[in-house]
Design a protein around this ligand. Sequence first.
Ligand SMILES: CC(C)(COP(=O)(O)OP(=O)(O)OC[C@H]1O[C@@H](n2cnc3c(N)ncnc32)[C@H](O)[C@@H]1OP(=O)(O)O)[C@@H](O)C(=O)NCCC(=O)NCCS
Length: 170
Amino acid sequence: MKSLSRSLDISPMRLADISDVLRVEALCFSTTWPRNAFHNELNDNKLAHYFVGRCEDEIIAYGGLWVILEDAHITTVAVDPAHQGRHHGERILVHLLDEAIERGASWVTLEVRESNAVAQKLYKKYGFAVVNTRRGYYSDNDENALVMWAGNLKSVVYRNRLATLKETLR
Ligand SMILES: CC(C)(COP(=O)(O)OP(=O)(O)OC[C@H]1O[C@@H](n2cnc3c(N)ncnc32)[C@H](O)[C@@H]1OP(=O)(O)O)[C@@H](O)C(=O)NCCC(=O)NCCS
């Protein structure tokens, strides 16, 4: 699946994209995924679906999720800091939600650092709510993870909410 959103060209992540993804990863996260984590996700994990967002042919954003029957788990979302605040993170998130819905998921979850107010605000905009706290989940600084869920993705209420947000994004 390939979709063009204004100024962000989103397509499935390929092995050849990993070096560029790692560049963005290093700019975005204090603890980074190693190359083989992305490699294994793309090559070996049949439940995993990863995407990159290009702006003028440069990878500036990416995101991924697992879909396990009715549940989807967003594993990562990131936007190059030089391009943040221009709704690219939102475009990647919408793409992941569309992918989850297309693959039959009803519920979607993710973990986010307690201090990451920007990401939490983005997720709340798309109907995610905090349902649990995992104490000391992030080993680099012992920070808590907030566990957020959204759904039911198949409900009329959620579909209408998503459609309205997508319309505004366009
Ligand atoms: C979180 C992240 C993906 C958001 O992407 P982005 O492109 O910067 O954000 P967007 O421009 O798409 O903004 C979408 C929404 O996020 C929230 N947001 C974005 N920037 C914000 C800021 N500076 N302050 C508060 N909220 C903000 C808002 O809700 C915004 O919607 P609005 O403009 O209608 O208010 C990006 O900041 C990032 O990559 N951060 C580092 C990596 C990370 O934390 N990933 C998430 C891990 S769980």
